[in-house]
Design a protein around this ligand. Structure first.
Ligand SMILES: [Zn+2]
Length: 321
């Protein structure tokens, strides 16, 4: 794993993502990288590194903080039009680090104690190319034209706002080797047999560089728990198939109580090939998909504040265990 500080040249184009009293900015890849760079620069103990590259060569960056033996890995924006999830993780990182310095509480826990008890790793942008496409930061060029062509085969899915996949039309959360064949059968049955704005499982498990990189990174970190942030539903999914890792239901109940979200069983048609499914299967430990907010993705920035209010205690509770 490459240590880098920074891993890229931050662009001057994007201002700060978060400013007091205003809704956050849009999390284009440039804006997310700049914010991660800012955090790593401000807090010496935050390590910024790269765990892979996207199809278009954009870095997949993570920040780890804390030095506890418990390890939690948070990820966001597997799905392009669920980019609000990136903002939630970035805001949480900022609050956690700030409050550890001022010795304040976050989500009902001492920020400082959380960092002593737990190592928290954040990968807030799993699908940078797709997010840039949805945010209309990527216009023109080979990859844009290819995506537009793919979308043309699915006229009922708005372009680019309905795009969930990576830039090549593979759904990154249908890529993991956990009942992948079953996911393929279900999605093929629905007509997603080729690259598509969503629901195409890809030619093989972990064929997309973004999912493959996250799987490798997860093996390296060997976390006790993972959380994958998605929209929408105000729900937390905690199970995969017949697997019920020890403590998973109990921690799920705590996450539900902290956020007000409902702890649910994954619906059978989507209980396959997801990141949390694979983590539960291969590691036998608690893994959660959190479906934040309500409405059609992409959720508007006007929902950010209410989503964050629910999520801050949930994310802190996951860190505490
Ligand atoms: Zn999603």
């Amino acid at each position: 794993m490459k240590q880098c500080r920074p891993c890229f040249s931050p662009s001057d184009k994007d201002g700060d993502l978060f400013s007091e009293g205003a809704p956050p900015g849009l999390p284009s890849s440039d804006a997310v990288y700049s914010e991660m760079n800012r955090l790593a620069g401000k807090y010496a103990f935050a390590t910024l590194s790269e765990f892979g590259k996207s199809v278009m060569g954009n870095p997949l960056l993570f920040i780890c903080v804390g030095n506890g033996s418990r390890r939690v890995l948070y990820s966001a924006s597997h799905h392009a039009n669920e980019w609000i999830s990136s903002l939630v993780l970035l805001k949480f990182m900022d609050e956690l680090l700030g409050k550890s310095r001022t010795n304040e509480q976050i989500g009902g826990f001492s920020a400082k104690e959380l960092l002593n008890k737990t190592t928290l790793c954040f990968a807030p942008l799993i699908n940078p190319d797709g997010v840039d496409l949805v945010l209309e930061k990527l216009i023109g060029g080979k990859y844009y034209e290819q995506a537009k062509k793919i979308a043309g085969n699915y006229p009922s899915i708005p372009f680019p706002s309905g795009w969930k996949a990576n830039i090549e039309g593979t759904d990154l959360n249908l890529q993991y080797p956990a009942n992948w064949e079953k996911a393929k059968q279900i999605k093929y049955g629905l007509g997603f047999t080729n690259p598509a704005p969503r629901d195409y499982v890809g030619p093989a498990p972990l064929s997309a560089p973004e999912s493959r990189a996250l799987a490798n990174f997860t093996r390296n970190i060997n976390p006790d728990t993972i959380l994958a942030l998605h929209t929408q539903g105000n729900e937390i999914y905690w199970k995969f198939a017949d697997y019920e890792p020890m403590g998973a239901y109990e921690l799920g109940l705590k996450l539900a109580a902290a956020s007000g979200y409902k702890l649910s069983n994954t619906p059978p048609v989507s209980d396959n090939a997801g990141y949390k499914d694979w983590f539960i299967q291969d590691f036998g430990r608690p893994g959660y998909t959190v479906e934040m907010g309500l409405g059609a993705s992409p959720l508007p920035l006007s929902q950010f504040s209410s989503i964050y209010t629910a999520m801050e205690p949930l994310l802190a509770t996951a860190a505490n265990g």
